[in-house]
Design a protein around this ligand. Structure first.
Ligand code: BES
Ligand code: MN
Ligand code: ZN
Length: 494
């Protein structure tokens, strides 16, 4: 799909589908008023005939109005005009795309004539995210079920300014889509080595990517990560991605670490069959970190950043790790593996230790589809935030508000450490049902060596099935890419 910005007024003469804003109280936006007068008041009549008020989330479709080229005009309810900001433009444009994508129209013209350029660029972002589909394995889809829209034109007063504002947002959309594709791919296609190859293929963007195999990780003493992958026919990988965009290439980096369990059967502590297919999504944290590095390079962010992906497959097998096994992590701490299904924290333990040991970053943020308990605690709209550093946590919460990737902070009470004390090793990998997401975070905290750190448990938000958000089609969300891009842009760029 093609997106272009065109001069204000374009919607009045456009063919295909046209969408314009109507504010609360049925106040026509500039583009809507121009259409209405070309159609001799047909739109205003449709509004008064139906009781459409312009309330947010509502819309009214007028088919083939006399006096217009357009096959259909969608009036998008935009709510109160003074509360209508760039975020609202993004949502409205995404709603318009969703409403018209299979209408048969090949072009969609969205009239935003009276909005500033940054709102028009956010509208383009909304359309790009809304139009995401993972359809590469569908060979027999009926044509009428496929989106008909090939071109989206956004009419705006200042075309050049909108194009300029679109640059970094287009890079963001491409990165979110890259992450969604990784998450959506089945585990027989994207396994650790293939994941690493897809990340390695980003090097032409200016990223540098190293991939460590099992032998190299064994040399480093990563017994915790390697234990998770030892039952798999696929080799475990650690991908190390670097972006050097700061003026000083040696400036201390910021660091992001992702759980990349390409498939999580639970291992010998096998999961039930029902819903196990969802565990192809258990690399959503690694995909978000890869997506973040993609957007940092794509928009040439003025920051040095490191992304580390712990890529494994958790399988039951004769060679698999057993409940009760004790592994030695790169940190030197020994871990009793009570439940082989609590594998994400075992992967992060070594990935985080390696990260702080090698890069001495300003902070580390890990992202992981870590616990079912976070879904019980927060439902499907918030990811859990845990941090040992209030400034980092506050910056993340601010980025959360600005980006729409919602976070809720949870505590790290020292008293709960008792739950992960082991009789036989330094720590055990499960702490029982009470506060399951918290004890998981406390476990991870033992491997950050005191650095400022935040842990995002995104098991609740990495996919939506179904989704009620117009910018997020059902399935992989790309959660975390926007959040972290916002965090870096707002706080850590020179
Ligand atoms: N990948 C799962 C967590 C998960 C569950 C993500 C549901 C998304 C949806 C993780 O590896 C896991 O299995 N966690 C266990 C931990 C338990 C054994 C302590 C869980 O949450 O049940
Ligand atoms: Mn698991
Ligand atoms: Zn898992």
């Amino acid at each position: 799909m093609q997106i272009e910005f065109v001069a204000a007024g374009a919607s009045a003469s456009a063919s295909g589908a046209v969408a314009v804003l109507v504010f609360e109280g049925a106040a026509l936006s500039g583009a809507a008023a121009a259409l209405d007068s070309a159609a001799s008041g047909a739109l205003a009549r449709a509004i008064s005939a139906t009781g459409f008020t312009g309330a947010k989330g509502r819309s009214l479709e007028v088919v083939a109005p006399a006096g217009l080229q357009a096959a259909r005009v969608l009036l998008i309810g935009a709510g109160a005009s003074d509360g209508f900001d760039a975020a609202a433009a993004e949502t409205a444009a995404a709603e318009a795309y969703q409403a018209l994508k299979t209408s048969g129209a090949k072009t969609l013209t969205i009239g935003l004539d009276d909005l500033p350029a940054d709102a028009a660029a956010r509208a383009a972002l909304g359309v790009r995210l809304a139009a995401y589909r993972f359809d590469r394995y569908r060979t027999k889809e009926k044509p009428e079920k496929k989106p008909s829209i090939e071109t989206v034109r956004i009419a705006v007063a200042d075309v050049a300014a909108a194009q300029a504002a679109d640059g970094p947002l287009k890079a963001l959309a491409e990165a979110v889509i890259f992450a969604r594709d990784l998450v959506s791919e089945p585990a027989n296609v994207v396994y650790p080595e293939e994941f690493a190859r897809r990340v390695k293929a980003l090097e032409p963007m200016g990223l540098s990517v190293e991939v460590l195999g099992e032998a190299e990780m064994a040399k480093l003493g990563m017994g915790s990560l390697l234990g998770v992958g030892q039952g798999s026919r696929r080799d475990s990988q650690l991908a190390v991605i670097q972006w050097k965009g700061a003026a000083d290439p040696n400036a201390q980096p910021v660091a992001f670490v992702g759980k990349g369990v390409c498939f999580d059967t639970g291992g010998i502590s096998l999961k039930p069959a029902d819903g196990m297919e969802d565990m192809k999504w258990d690399m959503g944290g690694a995909a978000a970190v890869a997506g973040l590095m993609h957007v940092l390079a794509g928009r040439k962010a003025k920051v040095n950043a490191v992304g580390i992906l712990g890529l494994v497959e958790n399988m039951p097998d004769g060679a698999a790790q057993r409940p009760g096994d004790i592994v030695t992590s790169m940190s030197g701490q020994t871990i009793e593996v009570i439940n082989t299904d609590a594998e994400g924290r075992l992967v992060l333990a070594d990935a985080l230790w390696y990260c702080q040991d090698r890069f001495k970053p300003k902070f580390m943020i890990d992202l992981a589809t870590l616990t079912g308990a976070i879904i019980i605690a927060l439902g499907n709209d918030y990811a859990g935030l845990f941090s040992n550093n209030d400034e980092l946590a506050d910056n993340l919460l601010a980025a959360s508000k600005a980006s729409g990737d919602a976070l809720w902070r949870l505590p790290l009470p020292a008293a709960y450490e008792k739950q992960i004390e082991s009789m036989a090793a330094d720590v055990k990998n499960v702490g029982g049902r009470p506060g399951g997401s918290i004890t998981a975070a406390l476990f991870i905290q033992r491997f950050v060596n005191g650095l400022p750190w935040a842990h995002l448990d995104i098991a609740s938000t990495a996919w939506k099935k179904p989704s009620a958000v117009p910018t997020i089609p059902d399935g992989a969300t790309g959660f975390g890419v926007r959040l972290l891009n916002q965090l870096v842009a707002d706080h850590y760029e020179a």
